[in-house]
Design a protein around this ligand. Structure first.
Ligand code: PGA
Length: 313
């Protein structure tokens, strides 16, 4: 069956008026043009849609079914038109984000502000590891990923919007707490609690120590959550290297301290990443601009390139 929307529209007008001439007047068509459309539709359906009894035309049983469906189709089309109109605006729509687990510490604050400005916008968020973020970008199943710098050559566009300083954290009563300019080699005697393979934080820490003489630690433990690492460090199980964003509260309450290790903080950056050439809805474009221009100020954290000082930690 090869029915066109045009045929359905003409049919619907005739079915409403039960009169070819009046339907034609409504659609600015001549009566023969209306008859032609109905004839073609009847050929496609394979059954008559109208019958003439005396001077009046009536819908046949198949005609009534076609009328029911054509009304449903027109309703759906006008609903689609409304949805598309709304999506051109800034008050409705859906944003799909995927976050590196560490980004989960600051993104809700940003979303809170964005949501106040765009009340009707729904945001879907997946918090996952770097490998899955790259997979979601490749599958084009998300609008944006918030992550550390993605690898080159994957057809991705990434823009930095926030510094991500990685610090060495310790329990406040750790023997190295309060020492100044601790040489990185000194840490070789310590137990380290590390993020899982695939974590950007872990990769950056490994690169740092590889570049500083290939230090290997006395002992390492592995945990796949920033929260678990903070708890373990607080409990005195060892040292950790995590983003400063994960431990604002613990530093304020003096449950954790950062160690002044030479070469730290390791300065990473947060990027908003999407596929090259992705066509954005108005709301997705607005979100990207919001993140790029307002995130650093709203979070009171330096933007990329603005130096972080020890006291800012
Ligand atoms: P995470 O952080 O993967 O260690 O959570 C993201 C990054 O720093 O790249």
């Amino acid at each position: 069956m090869n029915i066109t929307l045009r045929q359905l529209k003409v049919f619907e007008a005739v079915a409403r008026h039960l009169n070819f001439t009046r339907a034609g007047a409504e659609l600015f068509l001549t009566q023969p043009a209306v008859s032609m459309q109905i004839k073609q539709l009847e050929e496609q359906v394979g059954q008559p849609l109208f019958e003439q009894l005396g001077k009046k035309i009536h819908l046949t049983d198949p005609g009534r079914e076609v009328f029911r469906y054509s009304q449903a189709i027109s309703n759906q089309l006008s609903e689609l038109q409304n949805v598309l109109e709304e999506m051109k605006g800034l008050q409705h729509g859906r944003l799909t984000l995927a976050l590196a687990s560490t980004a989960n510490y600051f993104l809700p604050t940003l979303l809170g502000v964005f949501n106040q400005r765009h009340r009707g916008v729904t945001v879907d968020i997946e918090v996952t590891n770097r490998e899955n973020l790259l997979r979601a970008l490749a599958a084009n199943s998300i609008d944006f990923a918030i992550m550390g710098h993605p690898p080159d050559g994957l057809g991705l566009e990434s823009s930095p919007f926030l510094d991500n300083p990685l610090v060495v954290l310790a329990a406040p009563d750790h023997p190295l707490a309060g020492h100044e300019r601790i040489p990185p080699e000194r840490l070789a005697q310590e137990t380290f609690i590390s993020r899982e393979r695939g974590s950007g934080t872990r990769a950056a820490r490994e690169r740092f120590f590889a570049e500083h003489g290939g230090i290997s630690f006395g002992k390492t433990m592995e945990m796949n959550s920033n929260e678990a690492i903070k708890q373990a460090v607080q409990a005195g199980l060892g040292l950790g290297v995590l983003s400063i964003h994960t431990m604002e509260v613990e530093l304020m309450l003096n449950r954790l301290v950062t160690l002044d290790v030479a070469g730290f903080p390791i300065m990473r950056h947060w990027y908003i990443v999407h596929r090259e050439g992705k066509r954005f809805t108005t709301i997705a474009q607005a979100f990207k601009e919001f993140v790029l221009h307002e995130a650093a100020t709203l979070l009171n954290v330096p933007g990329p390139g603005q130096a972080i000082t020890q006291s800012a930690q």
